[in-house]
Ligand binder design. Sequence first.
Ligand code: NAD
Ligand code: TYD
Length: 337
Amino acid sequence: MKILVTGGAGFIGSNFILYWMKNHPQDKIVNLDKLTYAGNLENLKEVEKNPNYKFIHGDICDGKAVGEAMEEIDIVVNFAAESHVDRSITEPAPFIMTNIVGTQILLDEAIKSKVKRFHHISTDEVYGSLELEDLNKFNERTNYNPRSPYSASKSSSDHLVRAYFTTYGLPITISNCSNNFGPYQFPEKLIPLAITNLLENKKIPVYGDGLYVRDWLYVEDHCRAVDKILQKGKVGDTYCVGGLTEDINNLSIVKKIIKILNANEEMIEFIKDRPGHDRKYAVDWSKIKNELDWEPQHSFDEWLEKTVEWYKKNSDWWKRVKTGEYQEYYNKQYGKL
Ligand code: NAD
Ligand code: TYD
């Protein structure tokens, strides 16, 4: 089997490549990545010399590069995206280009190359926002209601992927997963930002009242869900993927990290809220459990601790990542914090 992974130098994509090459060592992986600020080949050091792994530096918006990368490919797994909500608020254009136009270009080339499966990685954010007291969870039948440029661009890409199934018969599957955490996550996202700021003795910026709720999943569980969908998923179907947390808010997560690192809660700094901030996400993953026998294996508390350990041990990785472009972004986003 030969798999094209797009965005394989990012957080989830690189974890997926490491997971796949460990669990399916006979398969070949081609990683097509533009290496934006979020792409980092250091994540893939472990496999870079493996003859079954090949990296191509390229943009999913470049039809020629995509066409070449797709030669003899059986399966495409599309992780490539602009992925950070705050950046989508400041500058939506790259989100439209990569997440929508890039997906359309991949789909066109997938048809030409007659791939056996096009799996699209999406997010629970396409479903909008729940009220804190709402006991409902998002599922595969929930109406789309994106509220940020990021989630609107991901929603558009999901619609395109389904349209290519209906119109052209492209064998697709989609997964809409909740917030991931784990190694190699870029420190602009809440959990690695909180950990690395504390390790640098800097305050943790918490938006608004901090009572916003996300559904959290350890990244390896997400990789295993994609594996199940590729092996046993029904072509044309969507699968919601989520974690074991029940209504855990940002403030509680930050306090847990402070406790793990023996720091002081005075390190929390409440700052101006994100515009259009979605209050709550919760995911009902019973379809993938019942149909594909997948469920999360990593508990939040234990793997949050292990994630903190990973960032402690790999300070070279995040210190390099936190310089340059990221430093400029951070200063613009958080001022003197
Ligand atoms: P990330 O920002 O860490 O990585 C994105 C990767 O895509 C980077 O390596 C980047 O260089 C690459 N990329 C960006 N634009 C590209 C382009 N035009 N052509 C080729 N490569 C390009 O993102 P992530 O957190 O790993 O997310 C991966 C996917 O999973 C995204 O589609 C995202 O929407 C989805 N997702 C993320 C989460 C999460 O919690 N992080 C949850 C659910 C779904
Ligand atoms: P984030 O990691 O950006 O993921 P997403 O917005 O895609 O869910 O944010 C997770 C939650 O943490 C979200 O409610 C926003 C909040 N947050 C903060 O309070 N402070 C921060 O500095 C960041 C980056 C996020």
